[in-house]
Design a protein around this ligand. Structure first.
Ligand code: HEC
Ligand code: HEC
Length: 457
């Protein structure tokens, strides 16, 4: 219900209350016959108004389109989503997705209409991404925290990132790879586009520490090679503005995608691209319920190609031993405490290249992928992690709903966890400089080298 409707309800309640007051007067006031008539008339009148308002309210609500939520503007929609997350989590736990369709990563990332991906823009973005002058003391570039190498996987390999002056942030650096396919950014989804996101770290006092947009604009405007490059790329409005800087960086990021992983090759028809263990892991990933959240080609509910919810409660099961061991509920994400005590709300991250992006979770508290998978299965899907067969029948009783969940919930044993981990390793794709197996793709299939043969800056 939006605020207009709650206003009507309040008005109705006031009318009813007024009516009640006058009725009381009517009953108590036995002295004057005249006054009594008035009290009765006003009581009946207010009652009729309240009734009319009620009818109007019912008619308005029932004429709402069923997908009213989708009609809210994006920023407001997020708040509405938060309210529905609890419900989504509960229903997800009860009804497993059936007929889940697996998808390969597309060969190109979509770009917004006002920032088409052009070769020169990508080259400029690449230059900016690697330029330490984008930080206040010329010590750090975007690439310092988002390394495009095999062992860092587009992150920095640290639990928490270190910005200028050795200052430590409070969150783990997520992979820059395939961010192009996400529809919200940061662990708590607080940026809506790559363009908006790129301004964040430059102006963040802990990350790159530039005090204002004007400072960076003036700094780069004094560099002749940038004057030329911006003029070539943004022919209509060549200003070295924070908006053009962000556009160029975002265009470059849209080329940082990692297709052709063993998983993608399997989806595209190479049946032997996955090992037996990986195939078992893939089946478990679906049957255990990971796909309820990590879905679509980017294995993230927050991907621009899917239509499921962006956010989930994490930890979904509060007060587990994992939660206290790894401090998983110290930071509560989107809106502190919205979901309830010790329940944070977080964007569902992508699992592409996840074997390369340790340590894990928003606070980088978990070093091993095996442990991360156990945590996920246990706290997000109430799975017991055990090698004992007696743990295979696991009873979960909801006092609130008076319902039994997962009565035949089989425990996950070490072999099964290993299979899921093996499957996740099959999501490691090609990174910049890797040569791609072009067979499955059309023209222009060599990813991430787009910037090399183009504009000389
Ligand atoms: C000091 C380290 C550091 C630097 C420098 C840095 N980042 Fe990040 N980056 C992070 C951290 C940490 C996060 C996650 C922050 C959060 O979620 O609150 C992040 C998040 C992101 C994301 C979101 C990814 C996702 O999946 O949501 C993108 C994209 C990104 N950074 C791009 C950039 C760009 C572009 C630059 C340069 C302008 C940059 N970063 C500079 C540490 C850094
Ligand atoms: C109910 C939704 C949900 C389910 C089900 C779920 N996840 Fe997650 N997953 C999340 C969220 C949200 C996060 C981010 C947690 C955070 O903020 O640190 C996450 C994080 C992860 C991470 C860490 C990613 C990183 O880069 O640090 C891994 C690995 C992971 N999930 C694997 C799995 C696996 C495997 C399963 C199935 C056993 C699974 N998840 C089931 C929602 C879910």
């Amino acid at each position: 219900m939006n605020s207009n409707h709650s206003d009507i309800v309040i008005l109705g309640l006031i009318c009813i209350a007024l009516g009640a007051v006058f009725l009381v007067f009517f009953v108590l006031d036995t002295a004057s016959k005249d006054k009594k008539k008035w009290y009765l008339a006003i009581a009946l009148g207010t009652g009729v108004i309240a009734f009319a308002l009620k009818i109007i309210l019912i008619v308005t609500i029932s004429s709402f389109p069923t997908q009213a939520l989708e009609l809210f503007p994006k920023k407001e929609y997020k708040k509405e989503q938060i309210a529905s997350i609890k419900y989504q989590y509960k229903s997800a736990n009860k009804s497993l997705i059936t007929n889940y369709s697996w998808e390969a990563l597309p060969q190109k990332a979509p770009a917004p209409l006002d920032n088409p991906t052009t070769r020169n823009k990508v080259a400029l973005g690449m230059k900016l991404f690697n330029d330490k002058r984008l930080s206040f003391d010329n010590s750090i570039s975007c690439a310092s925290c988002h390394e495009l190498s095999n062992n860092k996987g587009g992150g920095d390999g640290l639990a928490l990132s270190i910005g200028i002056n050795g200052q430590q942030g409070t969150r783990n650096a997520p992979s820059i790879f395939n961010a192009a396919f996400q529809n919200v950014f940061f662990w708590d989804g607080r940026a809506d586009s790559l363009e908006e996101q790129a301004m964040g770290p430059i102006l963040n006092p802990v990350e790159m520490g530039i005090p204002s947009a004007k400072v960076i604009e003036e700094k780069l405007s004094a560099i002749p090679e940038y004057q030329n490059a911006f003029a070539k790329v943004f022919t209509e409005s060549p200003a070295i503005s924070i908006s053009n800087i962000s556009k160029a960086i975002a265009a470059y990021e849209r080329t940082l995608i990692t297709p052709d992983s063993p998983y993608d090759r399997f989806i595209n028809g190479e049946v032997h691209a996955l090992s037996l263990s990986q195939k078992r892991g893939m089946a478990l990933f679906e049957s255990v319920g990971c796909v309820q959240c990590h879905s679509g080609p980017n294995f993230s509910g927050a991907n621009s190609l899917g239509d499921s919810s962006v956010f989930r409660i994490f930890p979904a099961t509060p007060n587990t031993k994992f939660e206290s061991k790894y401090h998983l509920a110290d930071d509560l994400g989107v809106v502190d405490g919205t979901a309830g005590e010790n329940m944070g709300i977080w964007r569902i991250p992508s699992l592409r290249n996840v074997s390369r992006t340790a340590p894990y979770f928003h606070n980088g508290s978990v070093n091993s992928l095996t442990e991360a998978v156990k945590i996920m299965a246990n706290i997000q899907l109430s799975k017991k992690i055990s090698n004992k067969s007696e743990d295979d029948s696991h009873f979960f009783w909801s006092k609130d709903n008076k319902q039994i969940y997962n009565a035949t919930n089989q425990a996950l044993n070490d072999n099964e966890i290993d299979d899921i981990v093996a499957f996740l390793k099959a999501l490691d794709g090609l990174i910049p400089g890797d040569k791609m197996n072009c067979k499955n793709y059309q023209q222009d299939c060599i990813v991430n080298v787009i910037a090399k043969d183009t504009l000389q800056l």
